[in-house]
Design a protein around this ligand. Structure first.
Ligand code: ADP
Ligand code: MG
Ligand code: MG
Length: 922
């Protein structure tokens, strides 16, 4: 007989059915509760209902598998035994929490119900047991609030009008009572007050929802379990999944767990901590706690939390007692658990704990979210501590996180002069300036209009995620470092300040004020998220520091792991220097024509135009002669700046008519210089006009029709190189012929190059002059005939911008008209100009490399399109065996990381493949 499927996994009393690596089945929370239990860490007993039940539930019209009820009953009986109390029992009642937990952490996006099992029958028993009626009535109040909100309203699909939700209405009743009895804090309400309040609540629930709050523990439990599964498809969860690309099919698990109470009095507490500081990465135990409080009070930012220890006390928590001082024994135990968890998981953990009457319980652990600077610091320090290997270290930072270190900060000089409007907690680093908006919806709408906005709120809640995403930065007046806003911003690496208490945020009036300053919607505000400083107005931002020592150390680890080389596309000596500070090992593309654009280009451009508008070879040679010293000096500077690394220099590429002068003054001057009249100049210019210049007289075609143009450039490159060698500079040029489609083109140009080489060598009396001659592969025919191309080319560089353009037949300059629809209708999965289309263009590349290397096994292969800086494309380049990628100087660190990560992935895949496969059972 087939064994019944296991839907329920027990944990408690040092033993658990599950493990940390069972996240797919148990969700992250459930898997880690099991793991902690197995490690002997104190965890209240409970059980996890698997994600398969969730999937089943949605597949079968919201019904559970038949076996579930029996398995839950059995597990619950075990929990009762371990905890020494019984669910629903009048004398010795057990209370439960029911907690959602998906594979990937979705903080605050789904539901949790606490204190399940409190009924008119169990309350008196609870009061006797706890010897604390206030605590019991407070727990009951919380149960009614959470349960009616989560189970009776949200899960029932009721969508109340703004401000009419049941939670809101109940909270309003509580506020009314506080006012009536003169209570300042929730904790000022007495047992009698709370008892009365729960009676009011129940009446209100009946009145608003037309149903009574259930007084049966089993009904409460199954109501909560159902609501957790329902919350998987709640609005917040769905939009969070969209943003984070979490598949809808995963489903959530549900954890049912014995309650422990942080609100039993002043010897009880609850807290959230990180084993290292998630905002800076500093190796210091960092957290927040609240005495006499339950669960979500810390995260919700209801009260300003106390600091965990003396080490991490900030000016905000100056007057508040640390756990270290208040409960030194418990704190020491917590530190031991912290050390244990870090060693075990080998990563920074985000933990939840509760202290019930002096006894410590762990309620959650997971790999903590962190921002970019913290991720880099932790990776580097854990590597130094030998907690992780270099391969692990490089997987600890995502390209987006690394990008944060390469991102702008507020200009320190401007910041020094600006007056701080308010200070808050530095929850997300970097600097940002933007216009103030007050609601998530406005943030989305304004951002869509192209405005840069900063979302300013009293505090954020999970409903705000889309607005938070759309905003450049986030600012809240309340909440701590573990508040929702901080958590979410950290995950996204967004500039964020929370708990700027001096700010009065009035969402209704749409103003922010601090002292005498009042800012309105649309006004500019600037944040320094690294320090937590808020400024009125728009401060300038500046670019990051590539020489940050931790960044350098991290990237060195990447370099030790990666196999792909990383070069930069750089056109000037200045670009080359920047590229080197970012770690480029050469230039993959110098566009020679850059010297005819922009500042300082007038003189060479004039000479180029003269050359273009020449009508005889003699005229052209004369003009080229004038141009020669400019080209040579320019390339010499770049070769020198990059030495001893190689520099790939592309011969003149653009269609000539791009340079034809339209300005009459220039036309007249050129006419004078060439000794012809202006009409003739215009005529020659018009003759260069092309219907489709992208596919016209350009690239190698220029060199074929005007060999003297190639000759001049090659002479400039080789003389510059020879001179550098004489100066002791190891310059390594690689001459690249663009837009080729036939090996005969390369042979033709290679002939010119060989001739010039002999001339230069004899002129300068050299015995040796080494350089490579290769081609850009950017026409499909070139890729397909790569076997022949490689006979004459010593290297290939895939020009994937043009290859994509010609492979798809999409004009890159005109995709704006249709690409958005292609993406929306999912005709293409991504813009192929941003990330390589592996199925088509990638296939051309693969074929090109394969055929090229069949002819010339040592053929050097790289890429020099925009794709060279795109992580997914870099992974592809590694897989097809390229030697290097080349990208913009600022993307070089990202490329180094992406190259390392794909190498690690490859290694892991090879290891698994090497293991003998288990035979499948028939
Ligand atoms: P989230 O995933 O949103 O953090 P949780 O399931 O972790 O939701 O629960 C919300 C809060 O309730 C947390 O602070 C958690 O520590 C607390 N909590 C959950 N279960 C229990 C329990 N059995 N005893 C005490 N507190 C609990
Ligand atoms: Mg939690
Ligand atoms: Mg091109």
């Amino acid at each position: 007989m087939a064994k019944a499927r296991k839907y329920v996994y027990f944990f408690g009393d040092g033993k658990a059915d599950g493990r940390a690596d069972m996240k797919e089945l148990l969700g992250g929370k459930g898997a880690n509760l099991a793991e902690m239990t197995n490690l002997g860490i104190p965890v209240p007993a409970g059980f996890t209902i698997t994600t398969e039940v969730c999937t089943h539930y949605y597949k079968h019209g919201r019904r559970y598998p038949g076996e579930l009820k029996g398995q839950v009953d059995k597990a619950l009986a075990r929990v009762e035994k371990v905890m020494g109390a019984r669910f629903g029992d009048a004398e010795n009642p057990l209370l439960l929490s029911c907690r959602s937990g998906a594979r990937a952490s979705m903080p605050g996006m789904m539901e949790t119900v606490l204190n399940i099992g409190l009924t008119t029958r169990t309350i008196p028993g609870m009061v006797r047991l706890a010897k604390n009626p206030r605590f019991v009535w407070d727990a009951y109040r919380r149960l009614i609030t959470m349960y009616t909100d989560v189970v009776m309203e949200k899960a029932a699909g009721i969508e109340p009008a703004e401000g009419k939700g049941i939670r809101h209405q109940l909270e309003h009743e509580m506020a009314k009572m506080k006012e009536r009895v003169g209570a300042k804090n929730d904790t000022d309400l007495t047992a009698e007050h709370l008892k009365e309040l729960t009676a009011t609540y129940k009446k209100k629930v009946q009145e608003v929802l037309g149903k009574a709050f259930p007084d049966d523990p089993q009904e409460q439990l199954w109501g909560a379990i159902g609501a957790v599964f329902q919350s998987w498809n709640g609005k917040r969860a769905v939009s969070y999944r969209r943003i984070e690309a979490i598949p809808d099919a995963w489903g959530t698990a549900t954890n049912v767990q014995a309650m422990v109470f942080g609100n039993m009095g002043n010897n009880s507490a609850t807290g959230v901590a990180f084993t290292r500081n998630p905002a800076t990465g500093e190796n210091k135990f960092f957290g927040e706690w609240l005495p006499n409080a339950q669960g979500e009070d810390v995260v919700a930012g209801i009260r300003t939390p106390n600091p965990l220890n003396e080490d991490t006390r900030s000016e905000h928590s100056a007057g508040l007692q640390s756990l270290q001082n208040a409960m030194p024994k418990v704190y020491t135990q917590l530190v031991r658990i912290r050390n244990r968890l870090e060693k075990h998981y080998r990563d920074m953990q985000d933990i939840e704990f509760t202290i019930q009457d002096g006894r410590l319980w762990m309620l959650q652990t997971r790999n903590g979210k962190r921002n970019g600077p913290a991720a880099v610091r932790m990776a580097v320090e854990m590597l130094r501590e030998r907690l992780i290997s270099k391969e692990m270290a490089v997987t600890r930072v995502t390209p987006a996180q690394l990008d944060e270190l390469l991102h702008p900060i507020l200009d320190p000089q401007a910041e020094r002069k600006a007056a701080v409007l308010a200070k808050g907690l530095p929850a997300g680093p970097g600097g940002a300036a933007g216009r103030i908006v007050f609601t998530a919806a406005d943030a989305v709408a304004w951002a869509e209009r192209g405005e840069v906005v900063i979302l300013c709120r009293e505090e954020t809640n999970p409903e705000d995620v889309e607005g938070m995403r759309a905003a450049k930065a986030i600012l809240t007046a309340r909440g701590g470092m573990t508040s929702h806003a901080a958590l979410v911003a950290r995950g996204w690496g967004k500039c964020c300040i929370v708990g700027a208490g001096a700010l009065k945020v009035s969402a209704g009036a749409k103003t922010i004020s601090a002292d005498a300053t009042v800012l309105r919607e649309g006004d500019w505000i600037s944040l320094n998220g690294t320090k937590g400083a808020v400024y009125a107005g728009k401060l300038p931002t500046v670019d990051p520091d590539p020489e940050n020592p931790r960044l350098v150390e991290f990237l060195k680890a990447c370099d030790r792991v990666r196999q792909l080389g990383v070069r930069a596309n750089a056109d000037t000596p200045e670009d080359a220097r920047v590229a080197r500070t970012f770690g480029a090992e050469g230039i993959g593309l110098v566009r020679t024509e850059h010297m005819f654009y922009g500042e300082g280009a007038e003189v060479p451009l004039f000479k180029l135009r003269k050359m273009i508008l020449s009508s005889t070879e003699a005229e052209r040679r004369a003009a080229l002669g004038e141009l020669f010293p400019h080209v040579k000096a320019d390339l010499k500077g770049t070769l020198k700046a990059m030495a001893p690394y190689p520099v790939t220099i592309r011969l003149l590429d653009p269609p000539l008519h791009e340079f034809v002068p339209r300005d009459e003054g220039v036309q007249r001057e050129l006419a004078r210089s060439l000794g012809i009249d202006v009409a003739e100049i215009r005529k020659r210019g018009e003759d260069l006009h092309e219907t489709n210049p992208m596919m016209g007289h350009r690239g190698v075609r220029l060199g074929i029709t005007y060999p003297e143009v190639t000759e001049m450039q090659v002479r400039a490159i080789l003389e510059a190189t020879a001179e550098l060698h004489k100066e002791g500079v190891k310059a390594h040029p690689e001459i690249m012929i663009p837009v080729t489609c036939s090996v005969a083109e390369i042979r033709d140009q290679a002939g010119i190059i060989a001739r010039v080489k002999t001339e230069v060598m004899s002129k300068l009396g050299l015995k040796k002059l080494d350089f490579l001659v290769g081609t850009m592969i950017e026409i499909p025919r070139a890729a397909l005939t790569a076997g022949e191309m490689a006979e004459a080319a010593e290297f290939f560089s895939f020009g994937t911008n043009d290859l994509t353009q010609m492979g798809f037949g999409f004009s890159r300059d005109d995709i704006g008209a249709f690409m958005p629809d292609y993406l929306k209708k999912e005709i293409l999965p991504a813009d192929p100009f941003q990330t390589i289309d592996q199925a088509g263009i990638g296939e051309l590349i693969r074929i090109g490399i394969e055929r090229g290397r069949a002819t010339r096994p040592k053929l050097k292969v790289g890429i020099c399109g925009e794709h060279g800086g795109d992580p997914a494309s870099i992974h592809f380049c590694h897989k097809v065996g390229m030697d290097y990628v080349s990208c913009s100087p600022f993307r070089v660190p990202i490329a180094r990381l992406a190259a390392a990560q794909v190498a690690v992935k490859d290694l892991a895949a090879k290891k698994t493949a090497a293991k003998p496969k288990k035979k499948k059972k028939k």
